[in-house]
Design a protein around this ligand. Structure first.
Ligand code: SF4
Ligand code: SF4
Length: 346
């Protein structure tokens, strides 16, 4: 893998050039009040790469919260037309755990039935990763993420003094940086590695992630589900901010004059009370504890069994956004460890 470097100032000039050229939308992290969000950039002035965490992960660009799928004229089967807005985009400054989540999303939307609405947006995107430069107290990514970021990133950046070291991961990434003042790297691999690991996580999952699917399977009846479920408000914040949650609902909206119809999909979440309501009104996860267990099982059992990676990337957003202070997987597993059934959980 080629490793280059560029000064911070030259990187900003490079981005301004990219924004002016308009070959693709340039998206980056900007400050919003006391938080950070991914947003389209009009210039590099607003770019805030020294951030702890963004409110929402970049998945919103590939699976928008509300997405138009097709338009039609009711009663006319010939009129159905798919709509897929997928302008080219480059997203700059994605932390490695959010890249790991995109890897999981890519697999979910491409294996089996390929989802063109998601995949075309991904095919038209360039992902520029960045190792975190700021501590976030709820993050535990180091204990759960392995090598996934490099499976989807086109470029990976590491901040070093006044420079960015840039690892060129893909051909797309190589093309993207053409014309910028990227020069030969002069830092040692040890120095780069140290910079990648400079920001520590205070939190970690207390048991090895490889053991968690089995661990959860054996703890289906653990009191944690009821205890934490009791405290849950069913607000759904934990699933809506999660970079590896991808559930959605599909609805048809028809104009009152019955001339035009559109099909949309919107984010949905398993922590919401009516998520598991079937056509006859039966709710197969009626109790809050059942929904709470299901969410943790998705992250720690079902997704790892399917994709061989832990289904949570340790971003900490769920714990941060939970008014009941219960949503974080670290918190859940710590509780289980502190309250072992019969002295042993596994
Ligand atoms: S479960 Fe929580 S910590 Fe894990 S990826 Fe989702 S939001 Fe982040
Ligand atoms: S954010 Fe907390 S309170 Fe809201 S649904 Fe998730 S676990 Fe329950």
């Amino acid at each position: 893998m080629e490793i280059l470097k560029i000064s911070e100032n030259d990187f900003m000039s490079f981005l301004d050039k990219k924004i002016d050229e308009k070959a693709e939308k340039v998206i980056g992290v900007v400050k919003k009040g006391s938080h950070f969000v991914f947003n389209e950039l009009e210039s590099s002035d607003k770019l805030a790469l020294d951030y702890d965490v963004t409110m929402l992960p970049p998945k919103k660009y590939f699976q928008p919260p509300k997405e138009l799928l097709l338009k039609y004229k009711p009663g006319n089967p010939e009129s159905y037309r798919a709509v897929n807005n997928c302008d080219p985009m480059a997203i700059v400054g994605i932390h490695y755990y959010d890249l790991a989540a995109i890897y999981m999303m890519d697999r979910a939307f491409s294996e089996g039935e390929r989802d063109e609405h998601y995949m075309k947006k991904r095919d038209n995107s360039i992902l520029v990763g960045l190792y975190p430069t700021k501590y976030f107290k709820y993050r535990f990514a180091k204990s759960v993420v392995r090598d996934q970021a490099y499976k989807v990133a086109d470029l990976m950046m590491v901040k070093m003094n006044g420079d960015y070291v840039v690892e060129v991961v893909s051909e797309k990434g190589k093309d993207f940086i053409k014309g910028g003042n990227f020069i030969e790297n002069t830092y040692t691999l040890q120095e780069i590695d140290d910079a990648k690991n400079k920001v520590k996580d205070d939190q970690k999952i207390p048991i090895s992630v490889e053991l968690i699917p089995d661990y959860l399977g054996k703890n289906h009846g653990h009191p944690v589900w009821e205890v934490f479920g009791e405290k849950c408000f069913s607000c759904g914040s934990c699933v809506l901010v999660c970079p590896t949650c991808y559930c959605f609902d599909v609805r048809d909206e028809v104009e009152l004059n019955l001339e035009e119809g559109k099909r949309i999909r919107i984010w949905d979440g398993c922590m919401l009370e009516d998520f598991a309501v079937c056509a006859d009104g039966h709710n197969f996860r009626k109790e809050k504890g059942q929904r709470f267990r299901h969410r943790i099982y998705r992250k720690g059992k079902h997704l790892p069994e399917k994709y061989h990676y832990f289904g949570c990337v340790g971003c900490g957003r769920c714990q941060y956004s939970c008014a009941a202070d219960i949503a974080g997987p670290v918190k859940v597993i710590k509780y289980m460890e502190d309250n072992k059934q019969g002295g042993q959980n596994v």
